[in-house]
Ligand binder design. Structure first.
Ligand code: VG1
Ligand code: CO
Length: 541
């Protein structure tokens, strides 16, 4: 064991989901070591305890895992569990932490961002409940990174990550585990595998695109081996360090091929995809894309059809920018709806306290109290379970849902890689005029309220301010503005636009059309064009 002296880096502030930077930033001498030591220095009483490590297999994953193992041993952890090949999807890592009563875990991923020598990497710390560290922990980690002057590491040989089994590193037990087994077993407990299997045997067809990211081995085991989907139902199933040069982002832009298949005459009954680290999901029925916000609402309304949720939901939580479709379901079910800031870390307390069962975000994240992360394959399996029980198509279920609850037309416009100064001044100027907006109108729409979202956690009483600017209009339409906390270059402005339409006769309008006046108002109110120089968003989801 040796102690190495070091000097702080100024830029190690964790964002929405851990520390994310370009690979060359992480490759600076001591950069990874500083951050990991700062994590350990911010924790208490872990001597002899268990740490879990896994990642999405992207470029630099293995190198960081070797450093983390040697540092965990030097810092006094007693046992370390690591996925074979360095692989653990984010939800699987959450499950391993919980199942083994680990002290916590390090998850190495930059999620849906591209991978490779000049692309993105990330490190996130999860606590013993299996969920992302709450803000008070990430703030302590950041404070530590600013003053750190040394780190501890064992000078031991690298661990063979490809061989399942147990070895010893500097007095710590290291177990290389099967990354899929425990997760697949958990899914089998939650869902009616027999019903899904029978549906597939009866001719129901599906395509799952793993996007050359972490879910390939999970999806092959669960969908093909356990549920009997024909070989080839899971595409792009080999995890690659650079995701084949693509963005492993399951949206209509980056999962274009899947989308086109689902809109074609050859479309299978069901299409889905997941992201780099396996926590996001894309759901497309034959001829119909289900927005993540709608998917949350539809899953919540039908969850009782799956064994794990047969006794009903305790409550539903959604991030603030997520559409309010789920609110109507909560109302009907007679359960509480919680609105949290963006990022899964805010759901942890509600789940731990047994106040909610299902959570979701507009960014293609849905999950439940089975783990403490969002879970892409879980959402796919819950959809399949519902389809098997209802015996209807995705389209019929979606249309029936809108008829019953009304439809929340919804889109997110992202302006990526905008100059940070321009993005910050846009938000600052909006903030300054918030008090004067109520009662005024834009593009014929009357503003009823304008505020900056602040969250009071009902469990621990903590407050998180400045979480996004909300402009509410008469009739229930809404525009939300916030800056991304996961980007690695420049700033990303996200504009979330929503209109509620109760009239079933108006439920088959194209989204862009249904939102046209709000989109124009979003620009007028914030001056997006003028301040960013962009005349259209980089991505619309
Ligand atoms: C984005 C999404 C947010 C999600 C986060 C992490 O954050 O908007 O909903 O929780 O990514 O997802 P931001 O700050 O860029 O808007 V993942 O799949 O990257 O772990
Ligand atoms: Co992700």
């Amino acid at each position: 064991m040796k102690t190495v002296s070091t000097t702080p880096f100024e830029d190690q502030k964790p964002g929405t989901s851990g520390l994310r930077k370009k690979v060359p930033v992480f490759q600076q001498p001591n950069y990874v070591e500083n951050f990991i030591q700062s994590v350990f220095d911010s924790l208490e009483d872990f001597t002899g305890q268990t740490l879990v490590i896994g990642g999405d297999g992207r470029f630099y994953n293995r190198e960081v895992i070797q450093k983390a193992i040697k540092m965990a041993a030097a810092n006094g952890f007693g046992r370390l569990l690591v996925g074979q090949g360095g692989i653990l999807s984010t939800p699987a890592a959450s499950n391993v932490i919980r199942k083994n009563r680990a002290f916590g875990g390090l998850i190495l991923s930059a999620s849906h961002n591209p991978g490779g020598p000049n692309e993105d990497f990330g490190i996130k710390y999860n606590i013993g409940n299996g969920g992302p560290a709450p803000e008070k922990v990430t703030e302590a980690i950041y404070a530590r990174t600013r003053v750190i002057d040394s780190y501890k590491i064992c000078e031991t040989p690298d661990v063979d990550l490809d061989r399942i089994g147990r070895v010893e590193v500097g007095g710590m037990d290291v177990e290389v585990i099967d990354p899929v087994a425990d997760y697949a077993a958990l899914m089998e407990e939650l869902f009616d595998f027999r019903a899904i299997k029978a549906m597939i045997a009866g001719g129901f067809s599906l395509t799952f695109d793993a996007m050359h990211a972490v879910t390939g081995p999970y999806a092959q085991e669960i969908l093909e081996r356990r549920l009997g989907a024909p070989a080839g139902s899971v595409r792009n199933f080999v995890p690659l360090e650079d995701f084949g040069g693509h963005h492993p982002d399951p949206n209509l832009v980056h999962a274009r091929e899947l989308y086109e298949l689902m809109m074609s005459a050859e479309a299978p009954d069901f299409g889905a995809a997941s992201d780099g680290d396996g926590d996001r999901n894309l759901i497309i029925g034959r001829g119909i894309f289900v927005t993540p916000s709608d998917s949350l609402a539809m899953l919540a309304a039908n969850a009782h059809l799956a064994p794990a949720y047969a006794s009903g939901l305790k409550g539903i939580a959604r991030s603030m920018p997520t559409s309010r479709a789920a609110d109507r379901v909560a109302e009907k079910l007679g359960v509480e709806l919680y609105e949290t800031p963006t990022g899964w870390k805010f759901f942890g307390n509600l789940l731990d306290a047994g106040m909610v069962t299902i959570c979701g975000e507009e960014s293609a994240g849905t999950g439940s109290d089975h783990v403490r992360e969002k879970d892409g394959l879980w959402a796919v399996l819950l959809w399949l379970n519902i389809l098997a029980k209802r015996g209807e198509s995705v389209q019929a279920i979606a249309e029936g849902h809108w008829k019953e609850f009304g439809r929340n037309y919804y889109a997110r416009h992202d302006y990526e890689d905008v100059a940070s100064d321009a993005a910050n001044s846009l938000i600052t100027e909006l903030r300054e005029k918030l008090d004067r907006l109520a009662g005024t109108s834009s593009k014929g729409l009357v503003i009823t309220t304008a505020d900056d979202f602040s969250y009071l956690d009902p469990v621990d009483g903590s407050t998180s301010a400045n979480q996004g600017i909300r402009i509410l209009f008469e009739g229930g339409s809404r525009i939300v503005y916030r800056l991304s906390g996961t980007g690695t270059s420049g700033a990303t402005l996200r504009v979330y636009i929503e209109r509620f339409e109760p009239d079933a006769a108006k439920h088959d309008v194209a989204t862009g059309e249904a939102l046209a006046d709000l989109i124009a108002a979003a620009d007028e109110i914030a001056g997006i064009r003028a301040k960013t120089g962009r005349d259209k968003p980089s991505v619309i989801t």
